[in-house]
Design a protein around this ligand. Structure first.
Ligand code: MEV
Length: 318
């Protein structure tokens, strides 16, 4: 779409990798996550009068308010929720989104859609919002998307950085971690989509049936996260990598890993990676790998096997 049609500038939001503590964080255990810069941009452009659309060309999404199309339910629901909040339902425009991450990959795409959309709509509605307001509204969107989310994804989408996050009932505590050294990671897509709402619900049912077993797993994950927080702040990156592998053992015990994820992890470890785990809700989606000195070898092996991957470095200023 040409810039002549633009009614606002582009607004951005972060994606995220969860380094430690996914799933356990839903039950009040601390988690550590890092933002993926420039994962999503949104702006408002002209549309036909009285027509309100969401368009995400890279994901082949183009849906009009009131339309119901298979696969676009989430965007329809976000649009309805946000139009009501901004009282924009009577104006014609198109909310255009431009992602650099894939959907259903555990990288916080739905929260990034929410935060970038809120920033663009607030600009269009001339309603300046604080980051705190944006995060609260995005949490509302995440509840539509995922039922009972921890709030970690929308927090990272809003603030980025590296955050130690803990939900405590209706409250959340979040503090930025200062890394002693930059931490380089490979993010590899398992090739299978992972759906957060379904996986979180499956874990909830399993925990309801066997609370002691699942709470013990969450406690172990909490312990790993605490050790990892300390190691990250002291630059002990080999230990962080080992703790990622330990966290993966617990995620396996929770039943949220799958063959596609395990395949990527074994390939990376066989090439000398120092640690690896799934990131996000699992059952597909992405894997994070601490490659250490073997980065080139691990990347080459993954790419030869047809695995899509990219690198991120946490702990450096953008
Ligand atoms: C999803 O990115 C992470 C989960 O821990 C769910 C949540 O935190 O809401 C699985």
């Amino acid at each position: 779409m040409s810039d002549n049609n633009a009614l606002t500038r582009w607004h951005s939001a972060c994606g995220k990798v969860i380094l430690f503590g996914e799933h356990a964080v839903v039950y009040g255990v601390p988690a550590i996550a890092g933002g993926i810069q420039q994962a999503m941009r949104a702006r408002i452009i002209q549309s036909a009068p009285n027509e309100i659309r969401v368009s995400i060309p890279k994901w082949s999404v183009d849906v009009c308010q009131g339309e119901h199309r298979p696969g676009t339910e989430l965007f329809e629901a976000y649009l309805a929720f946000l139009l009501d909040k901004f009282q924009l339902a009577s104006r014609g425009f198109c909310l255009e989104l431009d992602p650099t991450i894939t959907h259903a990959s555990g990288l916080g795409a739905s929260a990034a859609v929410a935060v970038a959309s809120i920033r663009a709509l607030a600009d269009y509605a001339k309603r300046p919002l604080s980051d705190e307001d944006i995060n609260t509204l995005a949490f509302g969107c995440e509840k539509i998307a995922h039922g009972s989310p921890s709030g970690l994804d929308n927090t990272l989408a809003t603030y980025g950085g590296i955050q130690l996050y803990q939900r405590n009932g209706e409250q959340a505590q979040c503090s930025a971690l200062q890394l002693a050294k930059p931490f380089r990671l490979l993010v590899a897509l398992s090739g299978k989509q992972g759906f957060t709402a379904a996986t979180v619900e499956r874990v909830a049912k399993a925990r309801a049936a066997e609370p002691q077993k699942y709470d013990a797993i969450f406690d172990s994950i909490g312990n790993i996260t605490a050790r990892a927080s300390n190691a990250l702040q002291h630059g002990e990156l080999a230990e962080v990598a080992e703790l990622m592998t330990e966290n993966q053992l617990q995620l396996r015990a929770l039943g949220v890993s799958c063959d596609e994820i395990e395949h990527v992890i074994s390939l990376a470890m066989s090439q000398g990676a120092l640690g690896a785990k799934l990131t996000g809700s699992g059952d597909g989606g992405a894997v994070i790998i601490a490659p250490g000195a073997s980065e080139e070898k691990v990347l080459a092996a993954l790419r030869n096997a047809g695995v899509q991957c990219f690198t991120i470095t946490l702990g450096v200023r953008p």
